[in-house]
Design a protein around this ligand. Structure first.
Ligand code: URP
Ligand code: ZN
Ligand code: ZN
Length: 472
């Protein structure tokens, strides 16, 4: 019998800390040897001329999430994880959203049912807490944390999700007690409501005005408020999908005070702008870019690059939140024509996250290949209790690996992607750097765009307490 199921030979292994020419031996879905030369495998893959990276970990994706009456998400766990794998990602953390008035536990059961037998790659759940009743706070959340869902998201905006300050403090206190990591959507609800009503009153209803209804100060104010609450409770928080300098300044200020405030950003904040929401001459096609916070401007891109380089950001996630464009269940919902406020918020990006960061970051000399790995894989696994099983190439880790051609030039186009949405916001975007093979738990998941993994190959990941939260 061969010593290894698989050997990846001749490549250059890049981790968050090192770049090494070595072979990788895989057995039983795990990495069991790293050596100058590995022979004696049932199957050998020639990686010469390629980089060998840990598979991406995308810690912010929305799949098959209930999105309001008459709206349907374009990806469930099957198509979403297929697209992830095709883009070089081997682990996703999706949200299990509580509907107000319902049990969080039942909601998580429902997401288990949605994902079971569907996912092509491994997945875990963050919880979304929208109704923090005493039983949710005192019974359901602790039980769900013990079941491996060790992080949850709270929202400071959206009618169906917003928590008031008292509720935020209450859930932060539970996170402190139970050592869970809180993710915060920091945009101020009342200010957005005020600005939306004002814009609508002036007849400014096209998708572009979505951006004007949520300027950076809305994000800055909410970020500051979330930080103050976290300081009061003495609990670490993660501010997700940060879009520009103003919220970043709050995060740096908090860190300067010794607070554990972490931050995430996304491809849209280094590659799209509010002008994209103008569509064709301010028409409804601008809805393709409606997400929250909205994409900003070139100065914001520059600020985000500073933050990716200087450690302000730990994670670079997709915030994949896919809706169809040409559908009444998506961006062209009949009411969306009457106001930007009815355009479903979110854009698809699970399959293009790595290419955009590599191309704009590594290929253009803004970040190193090791920083790329940290931002797209290792830090996600560390932050969310999956390390070192996920997010690195090391003996004992799952054999989640992407063979990366750093020189391959491609143009992102809807017709080469695998996601369920009927468009990509990056249509025509030229990139350098592309995944040529994705290996998930030792199996070839995708090769040259052809998907070999099957629904059900991905398993639910029970996560540990985040080491960034664990009490000393
Ligand atoms: O517009 C966005 N980002 N929609 C997804 C939900 C969220 O807030 O992450
Ligand atoms: Zn959010
Ligand atoms: Zn999101």
């Amino acid at each position: 019998m061969a010593e290894f199921d698989l050997a990846i030979r001749g490549g250059t292994v890049v981790t968050a800390s090192d770049t090494t020419r070595c072979d990788i031996g895989v057995r039983g879905g795990r990495i069991v040897q790293l050596a100058e030369s590995i022979t004696g495998a049932s199957r050998e893959i020639d990686a010469s001329g390629l980089l060998v990276l840990p598979g991406g970990v995308d810690s912010h994706v929305h799949l098959d999430q209930e999105s309001g009456p008459e709206i349907r998400m374009a990806d469930g766990f099957e198509s979403g994880t297929r697209a992830a794998a095709a883009g070089g990602t081997t682990t996703v953390l999706a949200f299990a959203k509580q509907e107000k008035g319902t049990s969080l536990r039942d909601c998580v059961m429902r997401y288990h049912q949605k994902a079971a037998g569907q996912a092509l790659i491994d997945y875990g759940f963050h919880l979304i807490v929208s109704d923090p009743t005493p039983s949710v706070l005192n019974q359901e959340l602790p039980a769900l944390f013990a079941d491996g869902c060790t992080s949850f998201k709270v929202f400071m905006t959206y009618d169906d999700l917003v928590l008031n300050d008292r509720q935020l403090l209450e859930v932060f206190a539970v996170a402190k007690r139970e050592q869970a990591l809180v993710m915060v959507h920091a945009e101020g609800y009342d200010t957005i409501k005020f600005l939306t009503a004002k814009l609508e009153g002036e007849g400014k209803t096209a998708p572009y005005f979505h951006a004007l209804s949520r300027p950076q100060l809305v994000e800055r104010e909410a970020t500051h408020r979330a930080i103050s609450h976290a300081e009061l409770i003495d609990v670490p928080i993660m501010i997700v999908h940060v879009s520009g300098r103003e919220p970043m300044e709050q995060i740096r200020w908090a860190r300067g005070r010794g607070l554990k405030v972490f931050a995430e950003t996304c491809p849209q904040y280094i590659s799209l702008t509010a002008d994209d929401l103008k569509g064709d001459n301010m028409d409804i096609s601008g809805g393709k870019y409606v997400c929250s916070p909205p994409p900003r401007d070139h100065a914001s891109w520059a600020a985000i690059w500073e933050g990716l380089k200087d450690g302000t950001f730990q994670t670079f996630s997709s915030d994949h939140c896919p809706f169809y464009y040409d559908s009444p269940e998506g961006k062209l919902h009949p009411k969306a024509k009457t106001s930007f406020r009815y355009v479903p918020n979110g854009i698809p990006g699970i399959e293009t996250r790595l290419q955009i960061l590599w191309s704009e970051g590594v290929a253009k000399g803004r970040i190193t290949a090791n920083e790329f790995v940290a931002l797209t894989a290792t830090n996600h696994a560390k932050m969310y209790g999956l390390y070192p099983r996920k997010g690195t190439i090391a003996v004992g880790s799952d054999a989640d690996i992407v063979l990366w051609d750093p020189n391959r030039k491609e143009t992102i186009r809807q017709d080469i992607l695998h996601h369920g949405a009927d468009y990509t916001p990056w249509e025509g975007f030229a990139v350098t750097g592309w995944p040529v093979m994705t290996i998930a738990c030792g199996r070839i998941a995708v090769e040259d765009g052809k998907v070999f993994s099957r629904p059900g190959d991905g398993q639910f990941l029970r996560r540990e307490i985040s080491p960034y939260v664990r009490a000393a």
